[in-house]
Each structure stands twice: as structure tokens, then as C-alpha cells.
Write a protein that binds this ligand. Structure first.
Ligand SMILES: Cc1cc2nc3c(=O)[nH]c(=O)nc-3n(C[C@H](O)[C@H](O)[C@H](O)COP(=O)(O)OP(=O)(O)OC[C@H]3O[C@@H](n4cnc5c(N)ncnc54)[C@H](O)[C@@H]3O)c2cc1C
Length: 455
């Protein structure tokens, strides 16, 4: 019997969790579009924390790599098992453990899906603000492990800002609780926030205590269309400079609009660069911010679109959430990154990132979370052309180089995963990188948790 089959057989015999043979669904994430895939020896499907701990213990005792997996919507290859080992999929840890609407807090298993959590919160009159796309598929554990953002991170912050506690299985298989249903806790080093954004390299997150906030009474989006990158970025800077507390501030460049314009739920001037902002709060406050946004955009917008009915508003956000899919469909493959730069370098970064595509002869477009200086520049690759797919790492590296040159970061929200692992040392510098590696060693001395990722 092969070593591969024996990991599956021996693990199945040793643990309570269901253990299955790896199928394609557990070997890829969104990086499949750039040709990345992996192989695993087995997939474990635990139902609870104890079963996760048992699998981690077995793997640690047998020197077998562990790859935690949420919804598989990541863009950095973090959930892809690179070279064997056991994928621990958290999909069956899907309970809401407790919900206290009057105390604005909720405790959930790691496998609860983002959209489900947001639905439960909304039914209690509350909001869980982090809203990365693919919310019907991504899981809270994955969001915490990548410290995911999304459009509303501009006003409300990224996932980590809403985490007050975590339950985590750490090597060699012990359950620890970091924080809890607490709004404040400054005892000890902030281990909880070390786990936030750790991408499955320090522990397997099994549950999270989350803060919630009262849902805004009203949320009204406004879109301005501008003449080119400079016109659009000028409007973005004016919104920030006027002290307007927009809940979201997004950009969609003219090339992305060329692909997605046909499905936009309103009129789109040809060749325009779009800026989408949202006004939220009490009805009065949202109305005031909306009016101010229309004034600020109106100074030099080619056109404005400001839907008011819930149906039109939902259609606009559905369109925004679908941008990635529309772009994916153009050529069948893509390399998409999430560099972030200081806000005053945003225009330069968008233009230079599109120039990278031109220099390689590959079509490129860009959209992203403008207020956070976070770009999703995307290179459209022919999915059936190996020569183009092989360009993906070079195109991405040109973006990482650009981000660092502009004082930015290689990742604003997707994480480092496999795709960016050689770039972290460049961003952090030697001593900070040494400390980074020392943290990893302290948690995972045998380097079995998601090896080859993050560092
Ligand atoms: C259409 C689309 C739009 C997107 N928009 C955004 C966006 O706006 N903002 C944004 O930030 N991201 C966005 N993403 C990326 C992705 O959805 C997020 O990174 C999401 O948080 C990943 O969650 P997941 O459950 O799918 O994690 P996975 O892809 O399964 O895993 C991601 C990483 O987390 C680790 N991990 C997962 N679960 C656990 C756990 N329980 N314990 C420890 N480690 C774990 C994995 O090992 C891996 O390293 C988008 C993706 C798509 C497809």
C-alpha cells in the first residue's frame, strides 16, 4: 500500500472525524485560475473542536502536514495543500454557539459562512460589518485567518477589529482560548491578534467571539463617473478631505467598466472611471452624507447614479460583488492581487499596475477598495494557454515590487499564502522577518501547520 493511502487509512482508524480520500474540491482555491493546484493524502471533516484536536494530535505525532481549509475562496493559495498532508476542512463546524443581541455579541463555530453570520446578526437588528465577496461560501474561520476586509472595511475596519476571542487548536493538539466575550483585554501579549491573519500557519481556529454593532437605519450608495484615473482619484481624495464618513469608497477603472458596464443597473458614460461610495447611519445622517457625496462628486463627474429603492440598491451591490466573476469570464484565467498603498499614491499605483499588463502584452484591469488604498489589479490570462499562465508569477511580482516602491504592502486583505511567500522578507526587512519566523517556530516547532505558506 502506498504511503499516501496509509495516511488516509491510519488516520481514519485513529480519529473520530470522518476521513475521506482527497477530491479536487479540496485541492484548490481561487488561484486555480492561475494554474495552482495541490495534492493531499487525506481530508478530515471534523464536527467539533475535540475532533479537530484529535486530528492535529495525530498529524503532529506522525510528522504529517496539516492544511486548514475554510470555504476555499482565498486568492493566495493558502488553503491549497502544496505537497501532501491532511486537509482539515472546517465546513461541519457550522453552529452559532450563542447570540446575545442585547449585548451586541455572538459566538460562532469557525465553519459558519460569512453570509449566514451577517443574516443572523441582521435578524437581531445588528451588523457584522466585514463583507468580503463570496460571502455565501467563505467561512468566519477563513475570514479571521486572512483578516479579510471588503468594501465596508473603509468605515468599519477589517475582520480583526470585530474579533474579541478565539478558540484555537495549537500544536501538538491542544485547545486554547484567547480572549472571549470581552470588549477589552490587555493582559499578556496579544496572541489573539497573532492568530488573526495567520493563514493556518499557527493554529486551527475552531470558534470566534465577535463584536456586533447596531445595523444602520439607512445605507444609500452613490456612484460618480469620472474622466480617467486622475479624475476619479481626485474625487476620492475630495471625499476623504471633506471629512465625509462614507461607509464604503470603491473604484472601478474604465477597463473593468468596459467588461462590466453592460450589466450595470443604470446609464454608464463610455470610457469612464467609476467611484462608488455609500452613505449610512440614521436616516437623517445617511441623507446628509448622501447629499454631500453628490455635491463632492458633482464638481466634475461626467454622470451620477444614486439609487434609492431597496431593489435598485441591492442590484447595484450585486453588480459590484459580481465584478470578479465578470472579469474571470473574459479569458478563462487570471492573476489578481491585492496590494495596498498610502492613499496619496493610489492614482500612481493604479496607472503603474495597468502599465505592468501592457509591458507583458496582457490585458489588465483594476478595481478595489479606494478609501483603503487597496487595489485589485487583475491580469486576464488565456486559461488554455500554458505560456500565458506561466506569466502569472512575473506579473504578480511586478505588482509587489510596485507596492513596496510606493511605501505599500504586498497584501491589503487576501494574505501571503503561497503566492507571495518570497516577498514577506523584502517587505518586513531582516530583523522583523526574523521575529516573524520566531513566532512561527514558537507555535509550530515542527513546521507542520500549512508549511510553505506565509513566510
Ligand atoms: C468573488 C470574490 C470576492 C472576494 N472579495 C474579497 C474582499 O472584498 N475582501 C477580502 O478580504 N477577500 C475577498 N475575497 C477572498 C476570500 O473570500 C477571503 O480571503 C476569505 O476570507 C477566505 O475565506 P475562506 O473561508 O474561503 O478561506 P480559505 O480560502 O479556505 O482559506 C484561506 C486561508 O485561511 C486558512 N484558514 C481557513 N480556515 C481556517 C481555520 N478555521 N483556522 C485556521 N486557518 C484557516 C487557510 O489555511 C488559508 O491559508 C474574495 C474572494 C472571491 C472569490
Amino acid at each position: 500500500m502506498s504511503a499516501l493511502a496509509s495516511v488516509e487509512r491510519d488516520l481514519r482508524a485513529a480519529v473520530a472525524a470522518e476521513v475521506i480520500a482527497p477530491s479536487a474540491a479540496y485541492l484548490t482555491d481561487q488561484t486555480e485560475a492561475r494554474g495552482l493546484g495541490g495534492r493531499a493524502d487525506a481530508v478530515a471533516l471534523p464536527h467539533n473542536t475535540e475532533e479537530v484536536a484529535e486530528v492535529v494530535s495525530w498529524c503532529y505525532a506522525h510528522g504529517v502536514p496539516i492544511v486548514p481549509r475554510g470555504g476555499g475562496t482565498g486568492y493566495a493559495g493558502g488553503a491549497v495543500p502544496l505537497d501532501g498532508g491532511v486537509v482539515i476542512s472546517l465546513e461541519r463546524l457550522d453552529r452559532v454557539r450563542s447570540f446575545d443581541p442585547l449585548l451586541w455579541r455572538i459566538e460562532v463555530d469557525a465553519g459558519v459562512r460569512t453570509a449566514e453570520l451577517r443574516r443572523v446578526a441582521r435578524e437581531g437588528g445588528l451588523l457584522f460589518p466585514p463583507d468580503p465577496g463570496a460571502a455565501e461560501q467563505s467561512q468566519i474561520g477563513g475570514n479571521v485567518a486572512t483578516n479579510a476586509g471588503g468594501p465596508h472595511a473603509f468605515k468599519y475596519g477589517v475582520t480583526g477589529a470585530w474579533v474579541t476571542g478565539l478558540e484555537v487548536v495549537v500544536p501538538p493538539g491542544e485547545v486554547v482560548q484567547l480572549g472571549g466575550a470581552l470588549r477589552k483585554d490587555v493582559a499578556g501579549y496579544d496572541l489573539k491578534h497573532l492568530l488573526v491573519g495567520s493563514e493556518g500557519t499557527l493554529g486551527v481556529i475552531t470558534a470566534a467571539w465577535l463584536r456586533l454593532t447596531p445595523a444602520p437605519e439607512a445605507a444609500w450608495p452613490v456612484i460618480g463617473f469620472f474622466d480617467g484615473v486622475r479624475g476619479g482619484v481626485g474625487a476620492i481624495e475630495r471625499v476623504v478631505g471633506s471629512g465625509l464618513t462614507a461607509a464604503a469608497l470603491e473604484y472601478i477603472d474604465s477597463e473593468t467598466m468596459r467588461y462590466a458596464g453592460a450589466s450595470f443597473p443604470g446609464e454608464v458614460p463610455g470610457g469612464a472611471f467609476a467611484v462608488l461610495a455609500e452613505a449610512d447611519g440614521s436616516t437623517d445622517e445617511a441623507a446628509r452624507i448622501r447629499a454631500d457625496l453628490l455635491d463632492v462628486f458633482g464638481e466634475d463627474a461626467l454622470a451620477l447614479y444614486a439609487p434609492e429603492s431597496p431593489q435598485e440598491i441591492a442590484a447595484l451591490w450585486r453588480w459590484r460583488d459580481g465584478l470578479a466573476l465578470v472579469v474571470d469570464a473574459q479569458r478563462g484565467g487570471k492573476a489578481s492581487e491585492d496590494i495596498a498603498v498610502p492613499l496619496d499614491r493610489l492614482g500612481e499605483a493604479i496607472e503603474a499596475s495597468l502599465e505592468v499588463g501592457r509591458s507583458f502584452g496582457i490585458p489588465a484591469c483594476s478595481w478595489g477598495h479606494a478609501g483603503d488604498g487597496n487595489l485589485h489589479t487583475t491580469f486576464l490570462l488565456a486559461g488554455d494557454d500554458d505560456r500565458e499562465l506561466e506569466l502569472a508569477p512575473k506579473l504578480s511580482e511586478a505588482l509587489f515590487e510596485l507596492a513596496l516602491r510606493l511605501g505599500g504592502t504586498i497584501s491589503g486583505e487576501h494574505g501571503v499564502g503561497f503566492v507571495k511567500r518570497n516577498w514577506l522578507a523584502k517587505q518586513l526587512g531582516p530583523r522583523a522577518f526574523e521575529l516573524h519566523v520566531a513566532v512561527k517556530r514558537a507555535f509550530d516547532p515542527q513546521n507542520l501547520l500549512n508549511p510553505g505558506k506565509k513566510a
